[in-house]
Design a protein around this ligand. Structure first.
Ligand code: COA
Length: 331
């Protein structure tokens, strides 16, 4: 079989209309707009409306990605939805999106790797193209984290936002598309980012709710340290795999968690901040949606051109991390 790399041929996003500023967040918890901005780089985020769940944002992003690829839903062979905030535990959000796209029989499944979910899903999706099993794969990152936040918890409520991003993967031209991927996980750090109740370990009970166990918990400083170590490692590792130097990379599209993390990574790796796409100021941390949203905006701003080497890199709950190096294939 003729093995082909996978290329992104269309990107789409959906960010909810409602904007929540730092001043508004500061009404619910003991913080200030200035603290949030100076310690995270975030000044506002989008919040889904009460009737919007992950599949509602995901399907809009998916439709836009398909339009931008010049395709329609019936062309899709497989849908992978990366989400830590699915519509419900089951059925999979990818199946709900499949139905909303008017499809029947198309394979669909969810993938949960916290904020690294999009990187994991893109890597998995690329193998279905490379193996020749499928020709068109939709990879979606979609999150409604606002629904799982304790708005009185000043560590978590100030950083998260809602949104979705989607890409279409198809066989690449020779030399283009995804050139290398690396993934990693360290389950011993699972306690640093978790949602304790609602699974088989701790069902949702009145007691669990009283103790706020159904809401997102984070150890911010531990996650910060982990990210500072793993992001440079994952970028170096993925470039070593494709024998490419950092100088050849024109743009890094990172998970949007905290501007100080990116500044520290830039310092450690001796890279200019101009090489990083940064949009957390407007959207906060949208978990598995942050990388496709940043990618979409980079394309819209004309910062990615045919033949450019770019690196996508993420980290998150699990703990998990990963990077993808691609040579951009324009239409
Ligand atoms: N407003 C005001 N003060 C706050 C605050 C807030 N929202 N959050 C924490 N503080 C306080 C702390 O209580 C602490 O006070 P103290 O010195 O009196 O004890 C002080 O600020 C420093 O706390 P610390 O937790 O060290 O702050 P920080 O600079 O590390 O910032 C985070 C906190 C959460 C913004 C930061 O740790 C972070 O971004 N971590 C990574 C999180 C992440 O990326 N999560 C998603 C992973 S995908």
């Amino acid at each position: 079989m003729d093995k082909k790399n996978a290329a992104i041929t269309g990107v789409g996003i959906c960010v909810p209309n409602q904007v929540l500023t730092n001043d508004e967040v500061a009404k619910y918890t003991k913080t200030t707009a200035e603290w949030i901005e100076s310690r995270t780089g975030i000044s506002k985020r989008r919040i889904a409306s009460p009737e919007q769940a992950a599949s509602d944002l995901g399907v809009i992003a998916a439709e836009q990605a398909l339009t931008n690829a010049g395709l329609s839903a019936k062309d899709v062979d497989l849908i992978i939805a990366a989400t830590a905030t699915p519509d419900m535990l089951f059925p999979a959000t990818a199946c709900i999106i499949q139905h909303k796209l008017g499809l029947k029989n198309t394979a669909a499944f969810d993938l949960e790797a916290g904020c690294s979910g999009f990187i994991y899903a893109l890597n998995v999706g690329s193998h279905f193209i490379t193996s020749g099993q499928y020709r068109t794969v939709l990879v979606i990152g979609t999150e409604v984290l606002s629904r799982l936040l304790d708005w009185e918890d000043r560590e978590t409520s100030v950083i998260m936002g809602d949104g979705a991003g989607a890409v279409v993967l198809q066989p690449a031209l020779p030399g283009y598309g995804i050139l290398s991927c690396c993934l990693g996980a360290d389950g011993s750090g699972g306690e640093y980012l978790r949602l304790p109740a609602g699974g088989s370990r701790m069902p949702i009970t009145h007691q669990a709710i009283d103790q706020k166990m159904h809401l997102f918990k984070m150890n911010g400083p531990e996650v910060f340290r982990f990210a500072m170590q793993k992001v440079p490692e994952a970028i170096n590792q993925v470039l070593a795999l494709s024998q490419t130097s950092l100088e050849e990379v024109s743009l890094i599209v990172p998970h949007q968690a905290n501007l100080r993390i990116l500044e520290a990574v830039a310092r450690v790796m001796d890279i200019s901040m101009d090489k990083f796409i940064v949009n957390m100021d407007r959207y906060g941390n949208t978990s598995s949606a942050s990388i496709p949203i940043a990618l979409y905006e980079a394309l819209a701003e004309g910062r990615i051109n045919h033949g450019d080497h770019i690196v996508l890199t993420g980290f998150g709950a699990g703990l998990t991390w990963g990077s993808i190096h691609m040579c951009w294939q324009a239409k």
